[in-house]
Design a protein around this ligand. Structure first.
Ligand SMILES: NC(=O)c1ccc[n+]([C@@H]2O[C@H](COP(=O)([O-])OP(=O)(O)OC[C@H]3O[C@@H](n4cnc5c(N)ncnc54)[C@H](OP(=O)(O)O)[C@@H]3O)[C@@H](O)[C@H]2O)c1
Length: 259
């Protein structure tokens, strides 16, 4: 008896999908936006300060992509951002909550409380507010997807100077799971990506101080993760091919923390 194996190719086409990526002017968000664009998506490239880089990226992506400014520390700016995107593109299919900050705040800092609040506002409250607006929008359509960029710090914890950071990223875990559990029947899915070290501006100082080799020793792989190493996972999640993994966390930390 001869078995013929049918070879299938998985090809991801995001043409006609409109995707908002927060913090897309640099780093991980930029890598995600580029990969989504290469798969045909129209990307709402969100930025706070780096207008020039965001505009260049939107031009490079093409597919009708455009830039949107907002300081996500301000709740009213989150709402304006979402409404601006809907006004410009007519609808949204996927929200990627990526923008984040990593403030160094030792316990004896005079700014400890201000840093705590700012971290929660940018990393968690903005993701919550944008998710709320996205869910309300998705409920009026055919559904949609939310992809939250958290951190291994949510599970492993971080150092004493980054208590707020770890707590904000852990909040994203519960946010993601609750959305997945609550809105799956509306065809709304939610996923969490938990990166470890990623080579971006966020930890440029640490990399420069200790050297890439020292940080790499902490990994199972022999190369520090770059934004392009995370981006394909977001493309897959955005496509809908992984919807039955809704609520899940995808650890992408080069094996530095396996739990
Ligand atoms: N790098 C890592 O090792 C690592 C590890 C785990 C998780 N993460 C998470 O991955 C995400 C992206 O990190 P990254 O390394 O790419 O950071 P990054 O290189 O520092 O870039 C941060 C991005 O967020 C935007 N942003 C910062 N503050 C903002 C605010 N108040 N309002 C709106 N946008 C703001 C920035 O916009 P402008 O440049 O336009 O101001 C920029 O696009 C973050 O959520 C981070 O916590 C990073």
């Amino acid at each position: 008896m001869i078995f013929f194996l049918q070879r299938t190719t998985m090809k991801i086409d995001l043409t006609k999908k409109t995707i908002l990526v927060t913090g897309a002017s640099r780093g991980i968000g930029r890598g995600i936006a580029e990969a989504l664009g290469r798969s045909g998506a129209t990307v709402a490239v969100h930025y706070r300060k780096n207008k020039g880089q965001a505009e260049k990226l939107a031009r490079e992506i093409g597919n009708g992509s455009n830039v949107f400014q907002a300081d996500l520390e301000k709740p009213e700016a989150c709402e304006r951002l979402f409404n601006d995107v809907i006004r410009a593109f007519g609808h949204l299919d996927v929200l990627v909550n990526n923008a984040g900050i990593f403030l160094n705040s030792p316990l004896d800092s005079d700014n400890w409380l201000a840093d705590w609040n700012k971290t929660m506002d940018v990393n968690l409250r903005a993701a919550g507010l944008l998710s709320r607006l996205a869910i309300l929008h998705f409920q009026q359509r055919v559904g949609g997807r939310i992809i939250n960029i958290s951190s291994r710090a949510a599970f492993r914890g971080d150092n004493p100077e980054h208590l707020a950071y770890a707590a904000s990223k852990a909040g994203m875990v519960a946010l993601t799971k609750s959305i997945a559990r609550g809105y799956g029947k509306n065809n709304i899915t939610a996923f969490l990506i938990a990166p470890g070290w990623v080579k971006t501006d966020m930890n440029r100082e640490t990399i420069e101080r200790y050297g890439e080799e020292v940080i790499t020793k902490d990994l199972a792989l022999n190369k520090l993760t770059e934004p392009k190493d995370l981006a394909p996972m977001v493309v897959l999640l955005a496509s809908g091919l992984a919807d039955h993994a809704t609520g899940t966390t995808i650890d992408m930390n080069a094996g530095s923390y396996v739990h």
